[in-house]
Write a protein that binds this ligand. Structure first.
Ligand SMILES: CCCCC[C@H](S)C(=O)N[C@@H](Cc1ccccc1)C(=O)N[C@@H](C)C(=O)O
Ligand SMILES: [Ca+2]
Ligand SMILES: [Zn+2]
Length: 304
């Protein structure tokens, strides 16, 4: 049989059935999706629990990706496609660089690795230790979080430390919500698989997970690049207040415009307020109810 695009199926880490855009060549099927416009390819690989990247292609003999160990591969591949579609359909952005670059993910990174990251070139997902995390590609908001880091790197370029870094983390959480808007929780699908109802973070209630939600409670620390995962609670809360005031459709337009037009590598929380207000003015008018909702949200978190 000739080589080319094929459609397979498999089960994600939560046992959910998914169809997959795969590629057949010479008796082997690959997690290689060539269906996106302008050759925005999506490919998924495995580090086979080592730490060398990018690792080898995830392959299968019959295009039925049903082994339990393939769940992380299935989810990374499928959710990368969902995130690609979000940015293309909602913001007309063709991949993270708006130039159709390949979205490459590597799963099974490290041993029981409780994290996921963008390394400047690709997405990387650990399997988790089964207690703190299940395989991290099993959550759409995690995948959207990591791919948004790539978008940020190609646009605002927010430095990954102190307030710019917390803003960087917040943008990834906020677009994690925009891509998976069924709750204001982050990571709930993979966090503590033995405990139901919890999450790693919450946009609506950052304090519930140990994050500040007001500038008065900003945490000055040298840990975690200046507390980027804790101080993101402040802009995350402002985003939640904005979304609940003006709705998701307007909020995501304002956030995308701020990220891609106004924010820079050293933008702090006050610059984020100004960038979002400028974006709201551009899109909905200075002094509009939408504009005033953004003013109010940032006032409530104590950022001026
Ligand atoms: C390699 C060093 C750290 C990289 C941090 C990556 S970008 C990150 O922020 N990962 C997310 C993963 C995530 C996203 C959404 C929901 C759940 C989990 C993250 O928040 N990691 C936490 C565990 C952290 O690094 O503190
Ligand atoms: Ca979520
Ligand atoms: Zn991150």
């Amino acid at each position: 049989v000739a080589e080319g695009a094929t459609t397979g199926y498999g089960y994600g880490i939560l046992g959910d059935y998914k169809t997959l855009n795969t590629y057949y060549s010479n008796g082997t099927y690959y997690l290689y999706d060539v269906t996106k416009p302008m050759n925005g390819v999506i490919e998924t690989r495995t580090a086979q629990n080592g730490s060398s990247l990018p690792g080898s292609y995830s392959v299968d003999s019959n295009n039925a990706w049903t082994a339990y160990s393939q769940g992380a591969d299935v989810d990374a591949h499928y959710y990368a496609g969902v995130v690609y579609d979000y940015y293309k359909n909602t913001h007309n952005r063709n991949s993270f660089d708006n130039n159709g670059s390949t979205i490459r993910s590597t799963v099974h990174y490290g041993y029981q690795y409780n994290n996921a990251f963008w390394n400047g070139v690709q997405m990387v997902y650990g399997d988790g230790d089964g207690s703190v995390f299940a395989p991290l590609s099993g959550a759409l908001d995690v995948v959207a979080h990591e791919i948004t880091h790539a978008v940020t790197d190609y646009t605002a370029g927010l430095e990954y430390r102190n307030q710019p870094g917390a803003l960087n983390e917040s943008m990834s959480d906020v677009f994690g919500y925009f891509v998976e808007p069924n709750d204001y929780l982050l990571g709930e699908d993979v966090y503590t698989p033995g405990v139901s109802g919890d999450a790693l973070r919450s946009l609506s209630n950052p304090e519930a997970y140990g994050q500040p939600a007001h500038m008065n409670n900003y945490v000055y620390t040298s840990e975690d690049n200046g507390g980027v995962h804790i101080n993101s609670g402040i802009p995350n809360k402002a985003a939640y207040l904005t979304i609940t005031s003006i709705g998701k459709a307007k909020a995501e337009k304002i956030y995308y415009r701020a990220l891609t037009v106004y924010l820079t590598s050293t933008s702090d929380f006050s610059d984020a307020r100004a960038s979002l207000l400028q974006s709201a003015a551009d899109l909905y008018g200075y002094g509009s109810s939408t504009y005033n909702a953004v003013v109010n949200a940032w006032n409530q978190v104590g950022v001026y």
